[in-house]
Design a binder for this molecule. Structure first.
Ligand code: SF4
Ligand code: SF4
Length: 321
């Protein structure tokens, strides 16, 4: 038998990964969410909310990994049922994941489940929050606890408790490599009203901000910025995509369900409208990789000096040029 070179790439495996990657349909995130709000950099949250970079595409391998996390969830509920916890992951009224919104729909939390019968407090309803992590992160969690190793998870838990009115959270964390479950004394998180309200105030600030908040660091190579998906636009190296969310004329509207309004046309914009934008789009200046040097008297165009010294005109005048 001829031995195969270990680095020979299988066409079948390559085709599977490519097929998985091809069928993904990345979408911009419509609302602020519990999983976003714990980010330290408010500017990064604003960029995400304003669709300032294209939604991420993942490799076939990463997509399989995400699916593995979802496939684990029914098993968690089976394990909880084994000890008498009555938990449900689906809202019977909608047939979908339990979902709660605040700020006129602009902030959403989707919880993994809710239930009673936990050994420590059988009568108290808890949110079930399922987290999977690799061995390195799991060991860190065991060493220093949830608040220190995963502050963004605590923020998510607080926002979920705040929006749902369920004031206990069971942190069900699994080591992906060994299937060990986290059993620290902090596994039940209590609702902290002050911390939760601070998070909602933070979300409202992001919602109301017409310009990006200050950066967490001026040095985009700093550790805090290392994995930030908005790094290019934040550092003035890239345009944001041309959608209504990056347009000066759009505003998140109050009184509806996550509605956006076009102040130029006086219309409410559907998600599809927002993705498409229109010919009268004008960039929020911080979403252009240049410095604003002029504005047309009627406000229909804005001129920028670009890093290479050329000028670039955004708006109607640009189309006429
Ligand atoms: S690159 Fe840094 S400062 Fe800019 S948005 Fe990201 S985390 Fe914030
Ligand atoms: S002017 Fe056009 S791109 Fe701008 S918010 Fe209105 S519809 Fe969207």
């Amino acid at each position: 038998m001829v031995a195969l070179a270990p680095n020979l790439i299988s066409q079948t495996i390559t085709a599977i990964d490519a097929a998985l990657a091809d069928r993904q349909r990345p979408r911009f995130q419509r609302r602020l969410s519990g999983s976003m709000i714990g980010k330290e950099c408010e500017r990064a949250i604003w960029f995400q909310f304003r669709w300032a970079y294209e939604p991420e595409r993942f490799s076939g391998q990463m997509l399989r990994l995400f699916e593995t996390g979802h496939l684990r969830e029914p098993r968690v509920f089976r394990e909880l049922a084994l000890i008498g916890v009555k938990a449900s992951d689906i809202d019977p009224e909608t047939g979908e994941q339990w979902t709660f919104t605040e700020l006129d729909g602009h902030f959403v939390v989707k919880i993994d489940g809710r239930g009673t019968g936990f050994v420590e407090a059988p009568k108290t309803e808890h949110i079930v929050g399922i987290k999977t992590m690799n061995d390195k992160n799991f060991k860190e969690l065991k060493k220093v606890g949830i608040a220190v190793s995963k502050p963004e998870h605590v923020a998510q838990a607080q926002s979920e408790m705040h929006c749902s009115g369920i004031h206990r959270f069971f942190y069900y964390a699994v080591n992906k490599d060994t299937d060990e479950l986290y059993s620290g004394a902090d596994v039940r998180i209590r609702y902290d009203e002050v911390a939760a309200i601070k998070l909602m105030v933070k979300a409202k600030r992001v919602l109301d901000a017409i310009r990006p908040p200050e950066p967490i660091s001026q040095d985009r190579s700093a550790f805090a910025c290392r994995f930030c998906k908005a790094k290019a636009v934040c550092g003035g190296e890239a345009f944001a995509p041309r959608t209504c969310r990056s347009c000066l004329h759009s505003t998140p509207a109050l009184g509806g369900d996550a509605e956006w309004r076009c102040e130029k046309h006086g219309t409410i914009l559907t998600v599809e409208d927002q993705e498409a934008g229109c010919g009268e789009h004008l960039f929020i200046p911080e979403l252009v990789p240049g410095s604003q040097i002029d504005v047309a008297p009627d406000g229909s165009s804005v001129t920028y000096e670009m890093p290479d010294g050329t000028t670039w005109v955004d708006g109607i005048a640009q189309e006429a040029a």
